[in-house]
Design a protein around this ligand. Structure first.
Ligand code: GTP
Ligand code: MG
Length: 573
């Protein structure tokens, strides 16, 4: 334990010296007047960060930009009645503020991005160490701070306090109501995507949390980075989704370091272990301890080191994120990049994935608890496969993306070929004009009749293949091709999915369900179209009521349509 403490105190001292040096060196660069004029106003931050030849950026480019933003940001706990103007004026003494926003989880927080990293150093240099008599403190300084000056709190005559950015989705009932007021199924699908997708602010917060955690891991591995992957960055993330991260030690571990070919050179002596997995486990074990004992805001740390992919799971309380930290997980980063690319190639991809994910969650096809359920990742790959099977296809196969790759795209990870093109403009897609409504309906039809017992889903080939193993659902891992990403799914769960696809397909084809029926006097709308498919009491009834299960599906649906009609007639009369 003593060695832990030494490393941290050295690091903290090192940081303090660095801060002092930077302050002297850039004394004029960051200065701002501290007047109202210098206070940055909230900017409307769009979701679109496109540029480049064809207007799109690759995920690695975006990650670098986001990481730079995060390095210049701080997270500040503040009282809800804090005076925004005074707060910003105070902070801008350390330099210009580029962006800021407030949000609420367990209390009110502000994310503040400065124009320069020196401003952060300056701010940290002036922050006080808390002094409380009845508790002891772990002396670890970070960019997670608390606003303590009571004079900034303007209790008099302040009406609404700070304006907060939402960090969670609207409840399902509210979603159903809002969708029911839309005039077309296409519009409903687009609305659902807009309500659910991560906001600009939420993405910023995710990168900031990675950056804060990186500062903790950097006590041992100063050159490390912590990168988000999975739905936080692949474009399919829903507000409230977990934060998957990996500790990237590539700059140290020698994976991409070139050895000099000739002449003398020195190399570091490093401790050896039996396997890469053993190294990953011991690194995560120590970093997990650090998060647990020293990480401000990190609670409920669990080390799950014997999983196929070892991880540390915890809650980051100030952000409200459930975090999974892995290490040495480069293949997952490539899958993330691939999913992101597919989402960028055609806007219908994301909309369909969001809708199918929402539908699946509502009916218990997916769950936040690990088990025999289909995962969101598997479900996303199923949507991608379906879109590859359209005629003409909406997205290309992975093999085709590999064929388009240039020399700099080449990527082999642990013997797996993870190469695919990074330049979006090289991907030419034939024109497919199907509407979102048609696609959703066809999706249900496609999987209602898919030969799951014989065939495997394969996005590399864009064709179903003979199943290489007996698992009920076989979805080939796109990069580790001998693996099945849905190995966990049992027959009951697959049957549940198929039954729901059958019912949804039936409902969709029935005009009574997909016709807008208007808004009642109390401003409540009768569910229709997509909203009908999200009503739990109807489609999911199959699972809940044993008695009903024996009835033929069509009988239940007829009953449902009858009740909808009656309700509607009741309203009209
Ligand atoms: P949600 O967290 O449910 O919103 O979706 P997610 O895509 O983030 O899924 P999850 O958190 O379960 O996993 C994070 C990422 O890990 C995924 O996006 C994939 O890139 C990768 N991943 C998840 N499950 C598997 C798997 O079974 N095999 C492989 N190779 N990668 C996986
Ligand atoms: Mg995730």
């Amino acid at each position: 334990m003593a060695s832990f403490y030494n490393v941290f105190s050295l690091r903290v001292r090192g940081m303090t010296n660095l801060v002092k040096f930077l302050r002297k060196f850039n004394a004029f660069a960051y200065r701002s007047t501290g007047t109202d004029a210098a206070v940055a106003q909230a900017e409307t931050v769009g979701r679109d960060t496109r540029d480049g030849k064809d207007g799109r950026k690759s995920l690695p480019t975006l990650l670098v930009e986001r990481q730079e933003q995060a390095e210049k940001s701080v997270l500040i706990s503040c009282q809800s009645k804090a005076n925004e103007k005074k707060f910003l004026k105070y902070l801008s003494r350390h330099g210009d503020i580029k962006k800021y926003f407030f949000y609420e989880t367990y209390g009110m927080y502000a994310v503040v991005e400065f124009a320069s990293q020196d401003s952060v150093a300056s701010l940290l240099d002036t922050a006080a160490v808390p002094s409380v008599s009845h508790e002891s403190m772990v002396p670890f300084k970070s960019r997670l701070l608390s606003l303590r000056n009571p004079s900034l709190v303007d209790l008099s005559n302040q009406q609404s306090g700070l304006q907060c950015q939402p960090q969670t989705t609207i409840p399902i009932n509210e979603l159903i109501q809002r969708l029911s007021k839309d005039e077309s199924v296409d519009r409903q699908i687009t609305s659902l995507t807009e309500f659910y997708q991560l906001t600009e602010e939420n993405i910023r917060l995710r990168f900031l949390v990675c950056s804060l955690l990186k500062d903790i891991a950097a006590a041992y591995f100063p050159e490390c980075t912590i990168k988000p992957f999975g739905s936080s960055v692949n474009g399919f993330g829903k507000l409230g989704c977990d934060l998957d991260m990996f500790l990237d030690l590539d700059s140290i571990s020698g994976w991409n370091v070139k050895m000099p070919k000739s002449g003398l050179f020195l190399e570091y002596q490093m401790k050896r272990a039996n396997s890469e997995r053993a190294v990953t486990q011991s690194i995560l074990s120590v970093i997990g301890e650090c998060m647990d004992h020293f990480g401000p805001g990190c609670v409920g740390v669990q080390k799950i080191l014997n999983a196929r992919c070892p991880l540390v799971r915890f809650s980051h309380q100030p952000s409200g994120f459930q975090c999974d930290l892995t290490a040495n997980n480069r293949v997952a980063m490539k899958s993330t990049e691939l999913l992101y690319m597919y989402g960028e190639l055609d806007p219908r991809v994301r909309s369909l994935v969001f809708t199918v994910r929402c539908w699946a969650r509502t009916h218990g096809v997916t769950s936040s608890i690990p088990g025999a359920w289909i995962t969101n990742f598997s479900l996303t790959v199923m949507v991608l496969f379906f879109l590859q099977k359209r005629s003409p296809p909406i997205i290309p196969t992975l093999d085709h993306l590999q064929d388009l790759a240039g020399p700099t795209d080449k990527c082999i990870i642990e013997g797996n070929n993870c190469t695919f093109v990074s330049d979006f403009s090289k991907v030419q897609i034939p024109s497919n004009k199907e509407t979102l409504e048609q696609l959703l309906c066809e999706f249900f039809e496609f999987y209602a009749t898919f030969p799951f017992s014989r065939m495997s889903i394969n996005i590399r080939k864009g064709k179903e293949q003979n199943k290489p193993e007996v698992a009920p659902l076989h979805i080939q891992n796109p990069f580790e091709t001998s693996l099945n990403i849905s190995k966990n799914v049992n027959t009951t769960q697959l049957d549940h999915f198929i039954a729901l696809c059958q019912e949804s397909s039936w409902l969709f084809n029935h005009r009574e369900t997909v016709t807008l029926r208007g808004v009642g006097g109390d401003n409540t709308a009768t569910p229709w179209g997509l909203a009908t498919l999200l009503l739990p009491s109807q489609v999911a009834g199959i699972k809940r009521h044993k008695k009903r299960r024996r009835e033929p599906a069509s009988e239940r649906i007829k009953g449902l349509l009858e009740s909808l009609k009656n309700k509607n007639q009741g309203k009209k009369s």
